[in-house]
Design a protein around this ligand. Structure first.
Ligand code: SAH
Length: 248
């Protein structure tokens, strides 16, 4: 079981697989005012940077579940590196339907809400692991401005314009799901550049090391087109943020 190989290639050097910088991740961790010992569940935990740094900085304990074997391996190494391997565990597997054995104070899905079939389904899934009064974290894109055409939405890697909302609409959708928005930290264009542009050097180095790989043609095509696509579309039209929610 694994995610499509292209992500394991292009994001192999990422610690954070979304447009958050380390500073934004730290800002979010501090904003949540987590008492030490808080249990955190992270579905789609990637390379584990959120759980590992929050364990180091705030004394949380955590479980991450991720379908990428490579990212999960990186997460375990990162936990060792930061000296928190006794406080965080990383499970390689499908997080769809995953419910924690012991309920948690924070249940997160940051940039992977397809795991629950969308934002609403993911909030519902996370709620099954959450203590009363706990915090749900949802990391999700939104439109900075609505794309003028479906082609522009697709160039932003959305399936269609209707996949995402404008920020005020996204915030009010959480209310419609009977949740208060109690905090939010938003990414910015520099963060998008860190997420997207970091893939370009990774792709170039991978191509130099793997010229005969059956994927080389695809990666070469992506490397040639991605900077322009990013600058024209994602960078201009897409916002991204993590929203902290509490059930009403
Ligand atoms: N939350 C992490 C990763 C976000 S990228 C971070 O912010 O850095 C999306 C992640 O979801 C990837 O790590 C990918 O491997 C993982 N993923 C995709 N489908 C999944 C599934 N069904 N179950 C668990 N993880 C999944």
């Amino acid at each position: 079981m694994d995610i499509p190989r292209i992500f394991n290639i292009t994001e192999s050097a990422h610690r954070i697989h979304n447009p958050f910088t380390p500073e934004k991740l730290a800002t979010l961790g501090a904003a949540l005012r987590l008492p030490p010992g808080t249990r955190v569940l992270d579905l789609g935990s990637g390379s584990g940077e959120m759980l590992c740094t929050w364990a180091r900085d705030h004394g949380i304990t955590g479980t991450g579940v991720d379908m990428s074997r490579l990212f999960t391996e990186h997460a375990k190494l990162r936990a060792e590196e930061l000296g928190v391997a006794d406080r965080v565990e990383f499970i390689h597997g499908d997080a769809a339907g995953y419910v924690a054995d012991e309920k948690v104070g924070v249940a997160a899905c940051v940039g992977a809400t397809w795991i629950g079939g969308g934002v609403a389904g993911t909030i519902e899934l996370l709620a099954k692991s959450l203590l009363p009064g706990g915090i749900t974290l949802i990391g999700e894109p939104y439109w900075l401005r609505r794309p003028p055409t479906e082609d522009v939405a697709k160039a932003c890697r959305a399936g269609s314009i209707s996949d995402f909302l404008l920020l005020p609409e996204l915030l009010s959708s959480f209310g419609d799901l009977d949740h208060d928005v109690v905090e939010m930290v938003l990414a910015n264009q520099d963060g998008w550049d860190r997420y997207e542009a970091a893939k370009w050097l990774t792709m170039r180095r991978w191509l130099d090391a793997n010229p005969e790989d059956e994927f080389a043609k695809d990666v070469r095509t992506q490397l040639a087109s991605e900077p322009l696509r990013h600058a024209s579309y994602t960078r201009e039209y897409l916002g991204w943020g993590v929203f902290a929610l509490m059930a009403r």
